[in-house]
Design a protein around this ligand. Structure first.
Ligand code: FAD
Ligand code: SF4
Length: 544
């Protein structure tokens, strides 16, 4: 074997398990709501807040529920993050920027091209200008938004992953949650709880990147997109440093190979508290590429070595980002009884690495459409109309081919992206066609051959998972679905893809250490399918 096409080893989405007739046997409790929101991220919580406000202003009673798989708000939230405050200002017109849960305004910024030992400062591309924006921790943002939602009477149910879509004919009727307390073989234990059914007039899927139910709905309802969605994996560390940092830094180049797209970010939440991350497109060509290992290498660069010297890594985490942009948006993000918000719909602008304000604004627009739907029966397609007429669609259209140009490699992609910037997105005419990441062939480099030396530097994956706060019980059944009989070369590829050390290549195939999973979804993109497991499993991020 000299190359791997990951799609040949990926099981199909288990649609027969994900789409369930409402009323099907097997649930414990049943709860009826007006609106059910799946996912307490910026998209879901902005939607809940706007909806509760609209109802209050109208003197209407709305029963709104938000389901979140993390045990507490924010524990599964991870971002950079430099935040464009525009959605906050619209959602909270009575508050000042200084009232929002931001750490600091962006004072200075720098972009560098790196080689292993050197750096060149580049002019900041217009898409990467961050003046007027704020540095924040998404965990803190989510906790703050959650408190605002609860104060308005929204029911936030943490520790409840939605596992299946409940449907009536072609309409979404709600969700069934994952059971808790199963043993390793998936059998109920005495302290366990059965799944619950939550039904609602409208269900908003705000599950974030690579949302399982959003994927299932698009496939079930045959909702296409012009290009398949593509993803990047971001691995992030939070450092308490001895040296202060006064600027937002982005880097390109080393340690990424020239046929991979990505770069790093270094954001000071406080002068001595620095978020540091590496983001790499999952269409890279080398099967041995390992984003976690590359981040460890990046920290050896003189630029970062000097900053981190004597400091301590206090948190670690990972998450994917939908990178396809405009041409990867589902043709419609609404259907009978359902809307798709935020990352679950793909509202991310990759050239600026921004998704939070788009997620929140999609939540606002969805709330307005849902409210009219409940009040006077207006179609939920009003949500699509609002998004398509908004700056979300305009921004994504302007940069529509910029990420896609990098399928041709870093240098050719860089030249094309520069021309796109100069022409306001008009160069080139038309659309770059993309393959799904899972269809991109990976070459087997020497690193993947048995017995070849690997030179680990920095933090191991085991230590990294510890720093994510993940303390999932060891006796949990595996929530990951690999293909049968995975060749050892593919098992090694998965071991590199997964930043959390979940996969190990062993004699005769693949071993899965499922409790280590931090729900980043990278192998859901490239290999074994991810499914929700019992509530409260996974990481416990505090300031990511
Ligand atoms: C490394 C990295 C750096 C980034 N940097 C920036 C930046 O600097 N600025 C910026 O604006 N954006 C940035 N982004 C993008 C930004 O974080 C996202 O666009 C944004 O968080 C999307 O919000 P969301 O509400 O759609 O999804 P999320 O924030 O992912 O929230 C989704 C929520 O749904 C929950 N959930 C998922 N599935 C289920 C389920 N089945 N049942 C119940 N709950 C579920 C999750 O636990 C999560 O809490 C970055 C992303 C990454 C990964
Ligand atoms: S197994 Fe979990 S942590 Fe590993 S890549 Fe897949 S989703 Fe991410």
């Amino acid at each position: 074997m000299d190359k791997i096409v990951p799609g040949q080893y990926q099981p199909p989405l288990p649609l027969d398990k994900l789409i369930l007739q409402d009323g099907a046997e097997g649930s414990g409790d049943r709860m009826e709501l007006d609106v059910l929101i799946v996912g307490a991220g910026p998209a879901g919580l902005a939607c809940a807040i706007e909806l509760a406000r609209l109802a209050k202003a109208d003197g209407a009673e709305l029963n709104i529920g938000v389901l979140e798989k993390a045990e507490a708000l924010g524990e599964h939230s991870l971002s950079g993050a430099v935040v464009n405050p525009r959605a906050f200002r619209e959602l909270f017109p009575d508050l000042k920027d200084s009232d929002f849960p931001f750490r600091a305004p962006v004072a200075k910024e720098a972009v560098y091209l790196l080689t292993a030992e050197r750096r060149w400062r580049l002019p900041t591309p217009p898409t990467m200008h961050n003046r007027g924006y704020y540095i924040a921790s998404l965990c803190e943002v989510v906790r703050w938004l959650g408190a605002k939602a609860e104060a308005l009477g929204v029911n936030v149910f943490t520790g409840f992953p939605a596992a299946q879509l409940l449907v009536r004919d072609a309409a979404v009727a709600g969700v069934r949650t994952a059971p808790a307390g199963l043993d390793r073989d998936g059998k109920p234990t005495p302290g366990g709880t059965a799944p619950n059914d939550l039904v609602a007039k409208v269900t908003a899927l705000a599950e974030g990147t690579r949302g399982l139910l959003a994927q299932a709905w698009c496939q079930w309802q045959r909702v296409p997109s012009e290009n398949p969605q593509i993803f990047a994996l971001g691995v992030k560390e939070l450092w308490e440093t001895k040296q202060p940092l006064d600027r937002v830094i982005h880097t390109l180049g080393w340690p990424l190979p020239s046929d991979a797209f990505g770069g790093s970010f270094v954001y000071p939440l406080e002068p001595n508290l620095v978020a540091l991350g590496l983001v790499v497109g999952l269409d890279y060509r080398d099967a041995a590429l390992d984003v976690h290992v590359l981040l460890q290498r990046l920290k050896q660069h003189p630029l970062l070595r000097a900053l981190l010297a004597g400091g301590e890594m206090v948190e670690w985490g990972a998450k994917t980002i939908p990178e396809g942009g405009f041409y990867s948006l589902p043709e419609r993000r609404s259907g009978a009884g359902v809307v798709l918000l935020g990352d679950a719909a793909g509202f991310v602008d990759v050239p600026s690495l921004k998704g939070i304000h788009y997620a929140m604004h999609s939540g606002l627009y969805a709330a307005r459409a849902i409210f009219q739907n409940l009040k006077n029966g207006a179609a939920l397609s009003e949500y699509d109309r609002l998004v398509d007429a908004s700056y979300i669609a305009r921004d994504l259209y302007r940069t529509r081919n910029m990420r896609l140009a990098f399928r041709d490699g870093f240098y050719l992609g860089g030249i094309q992206a520069a021309l796109m910037t100069l022409t306001g997105g008009r160069f080139p005419n038309g659309k770059y066609r993309m393959h799904a990441d899972v269809e991109v062939a990976r070459r087997l480099s020497p690193g993947l051959r048995p017995g070849s030396p690997e030179t680990p530097v920095g933090v191991s994956k085991v230590d990294a998972v510890f720093k994510s706060g993940n303390s999932t019980r060891d006796t949990i059944p595996s929530h990951l679905i690999p293909a049968k009989d995975v060749p050892v070369e593919v098992a090694r590829f998965y071991a590199h893809v997964c930043p959390a050390g979940v996969y190990e290549a062993i004699d005769g195939g693949l071993r899965i250490n499922a409790p280590n999973c931090v729900d980043c979804k990278a192998t859901d993109v490239l290999g074994p399918r991810w499914t929700p497991r019992e509530g409260g499993s996974g990481p416990k991020y505090k300031r990511m």
